[in-house]
Design a protein around this ligand. Structure first.
Ligand SMILES: Cc1cc2nc3c(=O)[nH]c(=O)nc-3n(C[C@H](O)[C@H](O)[C@H](O)COP(=O)(O)OP(=O)(O)OC[C@H]3O[C@@H](n4cnc5c(N)ncnc54)[C@H](O)[C@@H]3O)c2cc1C
Length: 163
């Protein structure tokens, strides 16, 4: 399928990219989701406030999502998009395949959808105070609203108000 013109290449296969991939695959579009495998919520123990899936692990959520996308004929490539250029039919997308770093591939697509998420930058005092910055990020982003109400998350000096 490497040379085939896709209708859409989705860059990023977290919750957003897989949702898009699912909708496009169900609409019978030739869709490929390229994912570098570093979702923002990876440090969280569980996903919360997602109706009917509260408590499922982030990895399980994405595994289910990938199965749904491929179940409708969508393709998923584990790799990192390293370059995108305009091409006569739309876009030429360069990919470094994660398991074969040396093997750069190129996909062509009419449309490109970027769903690469966000990176968290922790405040300096949190990084310094915490033995596990990722865990702190998880608490700040996900758990504080319920699980950790009124609990310090980093150190004596860093306390996040919870109202
Ligand atoms: C710790 C934590 C816990 C959270 N818990 C919840 C929760 O319980 N409920 C909730 O609704 N939300 C939660 N969130 C918010 C959560 O991050 C988002 O809901 C969700 O992860 C956003 O999905 P996304 O697809 O936009 O981005 P991400 O999940 O970050 O996915 C982006 C993907 O794109 C990939 N990517 C990036 N660049 C490239 C590239 N060049 N080529 C290929 N792939 C690339 C990344 O590797 C990654 O896999 C939490 C956030 C954090 C930080």
């Amino acid at each position: 399928m490497e040379d085939e013109l896709r209708d859409v290449v989705v860059v990023g296969g977290g919750a957003a990219g897989l949702s898009a991939g699912l909708m496009l695959a169900r609409a019978r579009r030739r869709v490929t989701v390229v994912d570098a495998g570093a979702p923002r919520n990876a440090p969280a123990e569980a996903v919360h406030a997602l109706l009917a899936l509260d408590g499922v692990s982030p990895a399980e959520l994405l595994a289910r999502g990938r199965a749904e996308v491929t179940g409708y004929g969508g393709e998923i490539i584990a790799g990192e998009v390293s370059d995108v250029a305009a091409a006569p039919e739309g876009f030429a997308i360069k990919i470094k395949k994660i398991k074969m770093r040396t093997n750069e591939g190129e996909l062509r697509a009419r449309r490109l959808l970027i769903t690469t998420g966000l990176d968290d930058e922790l405040p300096a005092q949190v990084s310094a105070a915490s033995a596990d910055g990722a865990r702190v990020a998880a608490q700040i982003n996900a758990d504080l609203v319920f699980e950790d109400t009124d609990r310090a998350v980093a150190s004596r000096r860093v306390r996040y108000p919870t109202r």
